[in-house]
Write a protein that binds this ligand. Structure first.
Ligand SMILES: *Cc1c(COP(=O)(O)O)cnc(C)c1O
Ligand SMILES: [Zn+2]
Length: 441
């Protein structure tokens, strides 16, 4: 079987490059590059055969196909040799039926795709396994790569550091000082990466990492690099697969640099092109009101677009003012009748806490997506009979300070409606009994 993929300019100038070229932008016109696949070759299997293959691999121990990403290797990165794959069995994350929360808000068919239930605690693992595998293949083929590097709002650097450490490749991460959670800061430290904490924001880190990686021996691992999108696009495919290949009505996704929403769209479009599905869900992109360049552009029908200076937000992983994948995301939103909505600090914090009370444990970015869900239900855009999937992007345990701050009522701009602080009582049976009787009906 000769499946094949390559890099191609997204501006339609037609230039192609090898996935093993150290290049992130078109030499001809400066456009970003997307991975493209030989779709004609992929049509050698029928939709039914692809579904059967993917289903069967969810239970296999055969390396590396048990991973949710590599189980779809032919669609993701066919040419990497299996021995060079660096995988931690990413993907196959639970799609949580948020039954109680859904009933409360009037949409009982509500599900939360827990893509942060993963090795490093965020969906970034889905993309990083592909990027690091390609780098390992390049090194095996004799390319002089000294290290991999990225700028990050926290989760990309954690994933990069873990996968690079597993592969024995040096990693350099650029973090905005004081703007990532403690867990996110300590992850690359623990994995032995060179951690550079810079007195700037994400966008400032991004500018510097681009300058540093102009030197071809340091490979850029940001989402400008479209290899990551190939792994991330499996999330949409996996969601449809989890509903026995039925397409939901809505998918809501938090968005910062706009790589993930672009990847989500890409996977679903590929499914349609290969006949596995015959309709598309609608996509709602959720931004923090403190970092909302896509939302502002959406209000003009995408006629205008201005990067913004992102303000501090509890949803620190999407505190991005100049998203790299703006053009890609707009294409996706047009194809999926997309909507963009925003959430304030108050709204995202309460939404996360409310969901936690129904058994979830949400990171603030997921809080943004849930707050947007609530708004779209209120506006009547999402209807009671719709099947809705909210993509949860990171594990709540990475954001302990956010959780503690919420319940201690110390978060800026937030009055915690669902605060549940511990009761401090003397070690006295009567006092304890009184408290229990007061609180439990
Ligand atoms: C990276 C990240 C996002 C945003 O994804 P983009 O591709 O930058 O839009 C959202 N949530 C979490 C937890 C992330 O780590
Ligand atoms: Zn070009």
């Amino acid at each position: 079987m000769s499946y094949h993929s390559w890099l191609e300019c997204i501006r339609g100038c037609g230039r192609r490059y090898s996935i093993y070229d150290v290049i992130y932008q078109c030499e001809e016109c400066g456009g970003l590059l997307d991975v493209e696949h030989d779709v004609e070759a992929l049509k050698d299997r029928s939709p039914t055969e692809w579904k059967a293959l993917f289903d069967q691999r969810t239970r296999t121990n055969e390396w590396p196909y048990g991973s949710g990403v590599w189980g779809k290797k032919e669609w993701v990165c066919p040419q990497v040799e299996n021995q060079n794959v660096v995988s931690m069995y990413e993907g196959h994350t639970n799609c949580f039926w948020a039954e109680r929360l859904g009933k409360e808000v009037g949409v009982p068919d509500l599900w939360v795709k827990l893509s942060g239930n993963s090795h490093t605690g965020s969906f970034k693992d889905l993309g990083m396994t592909v990027l690091i595998s390609v780098v390992r293949q390049m090194i095996a083929d004799g390319k002089p790569i000294r290290a991999v590097a990225c700028a990050s709002t926290g989760d990309t650097s954690a994933a990069l550091a873990a996968y690079a450490a597993a592969a024995g490749i040096p990693a350099i991460v650029f973090l905005p000082r004081g703007k990532v959670s403690t867990a996110q800061l300590v992850q690359p430290i623990a994995h032995g990466a060179v951690v550079l904490s810079l007195d700037t924001d994400f966008d400032g880190c991004m500018r510097i990492v681009q300058q540093v990686t102009a030197d071809q021996s340091i490979y850029l691992a940001n989402s400008m690099n479209s290899l990551r999108m190939e792994g991330q696009k499996t999330v949409g495919i996996e969601i449809v697969q989890q509903f026995d290949w039925e397409v939901p009505d809505w998918i809501i996704i938090p968005a910062g640099n706009l790589g993930n929403v672009s990847a989500l769209g890409k996977g679903l479009l590929m499914m349609r092109e290969l006949g596995l599905i015959d309709r598309l869900p609608r996509i709602a992109c959720a931004q923090s009101a403190h970092a909302n360049p896509l939302y502002l552009s959406y209000l003009t029908g995408f006629q205008e677009y201005q990067p913004v200076v992102a303000r501090k937000t509890l949803a620190s992983a999407i505190q991005i003012g100049a998203p790299v994948s703006y053009e890609r995301a707009v294409k996706v939103l047009r194809a999926f009748e997309g909507i963009v909505e925003q959430a304030t600090e108050q709204e995202l914090a309460d939404a996360a806490a409310r969901a936690d009370r129904a058994g979830l444990y949400c990171c603030p970015q997921t809080g943004v997506a849930l707050a947007v869900l609530f708004k779209l239900i209120e506006r009547g855009e999402i209807q009671p009979e719709h099947r809705v999937i909210v993509i949860s992007t990171a594990h709540g345990l990475k954001f302990t300070r956010f959780k503690v701050g919420y319940h201690e009522q110390t978060l800026e701009e937030v009055r915690s409606r669902y605060a549940n602080p511990p009761l401090e009582l003397p070690p006295d049976r009567k006092a304890v009994q009184r408290a229990i009787d007061r609180l439990i009906p």
